[in-house]
Design a protein around this ligand. Sequence first.
Ligand SMILES: [Zn+2]
Ligand SMILES: [Zn+2]
Length: 347
Amino acid sequence: MRAVVVDEFGATPQVRQVPDPSCPRDGVVVRVAATGVCRSDWHAWQGHDDDVRLPHVPGHELAGTVVEAGHDVRRWAVGDVVTVPFVMACGACATCRAGDQQVCPDQTQPGFTQWGSFAELVALDRADTNLVRVPPGMAPVVAAALGCRFATAYRAVTVHAAVRPDDQVVVLGCGGVGLSAVMVAASAGARVVAVDPAPAARRAARAAGAHLTVDPGDDPPAALAARLLEVTGGGAHASLDALGSPATAQAGVLALRRRGRHVQVGLLLRDDAWTALPMGRVVGWELSVHGSHGMAAHEYPAMLAQIAAGRLAPASLVGRTIGLDEAAAALAGLPTAGAAGMTVVVP
Ligand SMILES: [Zn+2]
Ligand SMILES: [Zn+2]
């Protein structure tokens, strides 16, 4: 198969022929129809993720067709069109049995712990626990986005931030996950303030349902938060850091009103893993800080129903589609891309 191969962290990946994946006993091989380019892929390529071993094939937001199913697989067969959460859970541990597959201690992740979907084929293990059927009529480029950014945003907004109608919601960072969060929160009836330095990202946020957009400029977190407190009439009920940086995390917490909820969606890796937060404010105002890590396969039906009913339109968040040969450059250029919406690879 052809795949985007990372031979060296931070160096431009190569597109070349590699051996086809073998099918796990409990898993499937999927012919990739579409795979999103996510900031987590960029982190993996940079060598920020300790799970990644070289040579490596990135890609974790995928949709495609099952072309081979392992001996132990019960629920899936050749020809099924599927997507998968980026966290593939074991399905058997206490955490999984409690329904929290998204934080399974025994998880695997395509594109991180094993080769991913920037390829014509990808092997996915533990298929019965983790695969999600793509509804008929949903385009693969749209379904691909569900596995990571859209599903993560959906759960971050509806479960962690517990957004209700008329809530003030601040979303910091308007890349794929941020735009998804804007859309889900606006659809829930919230008044959404979207923050991003890129004009194209702010325009996309407005199109996704943001009521107001803010250019953070060079403001340090406290100054940005002061502006956000003003435009939210005294602070947000919920804030989401959809970028993942010390500055956006701190601004998110400081932009809350009393009893507000901050959700950390963007990854904080390496030195940023120890980001300081204004915990004095968290105590005094009874704020809560949530970590967000995707969404388990069993929670997809509620989200898919919202999409089917037209209340959520992830298709409108796809900015452009590219081929495998362009994926390497797209990966390297991600932090400064300035392009609005999600980039999806069609191998
Ligand atoms: Zn992702
Ligand atoms: Zn588990």
